[in-house]
Design a protein around this ligand. Structure first.
Ligand code: PBG
Ligand code: ZN
Length: 325
């Protein structure tokens, strides 16, 4: 028998025996980029998150780096959308142009880009349509082209989020064939069809104009399928695998961490962020404590890396070591 309170006696001892820590090295902040100059648009359902034109985004990233930020996940909003999502893989697309500028100004900043067509198609689905169906195999070359254009512009990691089958293989092959052997792939391997993406779809203007994403994103009732998806993505050439959303899916994060030997990434998505922000604005919860508790739980369940909209705000809390409680 033990007296467990001995190791809880004071802050120093709790810190000493703490098993899990949230560290700035493990965090990734998402950014949204839009066309134009001197633009900063608020996103109503995501307080503190904005869409920036590239000039202002560079200033944001400079601030973020000063706080200790190391990595960002970039999403773009194109000026035109069409049925083939042409702006998604255009050399002069919004993301491609932004990557060049970001890498020119911050060569050591780790730049990850989301690879998916939904913000670029006029119907808001993640793939090319055949009638009302999303055509998996017609979508693959476009995703490969999109990933390749990001790599060409200077992205370090491409992150396909579309949930088409075999897209990792298609992207890996395109990268290999074009001498981008060093570009990493972080697949959204286990991406559930989730109501938690609501605020993001406002931010990225990517709401499907009909139907839903359930024919390509996973059913949240399934966990065995998560392992199959993740294993296959690793076989196809994914360097890391993501679980998304995070908080309601800690069992899945834990499963992948135990069964696979690649880094596991948790995406603390827009709806999770919005719920915390809304309750904090009403002063119903202590935001700082809740955020650190949530992110620590993700790490405890097995996440090696976390993508979170809270990142830029919590970096100062981490350096002040307030997460040692
Ligand atoms: C695009 C994409 C989405 C998210 C990341 N990439 C939205 C979706 O699948 O509808 C969600 C991110 C978030 O909610 O924070 N496919
Ligand atoms: Zn999509």
């Amino acid at each position: 028998m033990s007296r467990y309170r001995t190791l809880r006696k004071n802050k120093a001892i709790r810190s000493l025996v703490r098993e899990t820590r949230v560290h700035s090295d493990d965090l990734i902040q998402p950014f949204f980029v839009i066309e134009g100059r001197n633009k900063r648009e608020a996103i109503a359902s995501m307080p503190g998150i904005y869409r920036f034109s590239t000039d202002l985004l560079l200033k944001e990233i400079a601030k973020y780096i000063k706080l200790g930020g190391r990595a960002g996940l970039l999403f773009g909003l194109p000026k035109v959308k069409d049925s083939l999502a042409r702006q998604a893989y255009s050399e002069s697309g919004i993301v491609q142009k932004a990557i060049v500028q970001i890498k020119k100004n911050f060569p050591n900043f780790l730049l990850i880009t989301d690879v998916c067509l939904c913000a670029y198609t006029n119907h808001g689905h993640c793939g090319i349509l055949d009638g009302d169906r999303i055509d998996n195999d017609k979508t693959l070359p476009l995703l490969a082209q999109m990933a390749l254009s990001h790599a060409h512009a200077g992205a370090d990691i491409v992150a396909p989020s579309d949930m088409m089958d075999f897209r990792v293989a298609a992207i890996r092959e395109a990268l290999e064939d074009n001498h981008f052997q060093e570009t990493a792939i972080l697949s959204y391997a286990v991406k559930y069809a989730s109501a938690y993406y609501g605020p993001f779809r406002e931010a990225a203007d990517s709401m499907p104009s009909f139907g839903d994403r359930k024919s390509y994103q996973m059913d949240y009732a399934n966990s065995r399928e998560a392992l199959k998806e993740a294993r296959q993505d690793v076989c196809e050439g994914s360097d890391m695998v993501m679980v998304k959303p995070a908080l309601a899916y800690l069992d899945i994060i834990s499963l992948l961490r135990r069964k696979l030997d690649v880094p596991v990434v948790a995406y603390n998505v827009s709806g999770e962020y919005a719920m915390v922000k809304a309750a904090a604005q009403k002063k119903w919860i202590n935001e700082q404590e809740i955020v650190l508790e949530n992110l620590t739980a993700m790490k405890r369940s097995g996440a090696d890396i976390i993508i979170s909209y809270h990142t830029q705000e919590i970096l100062p809390w981490l350096t002040k070591s307030k997460n040692v409680r």
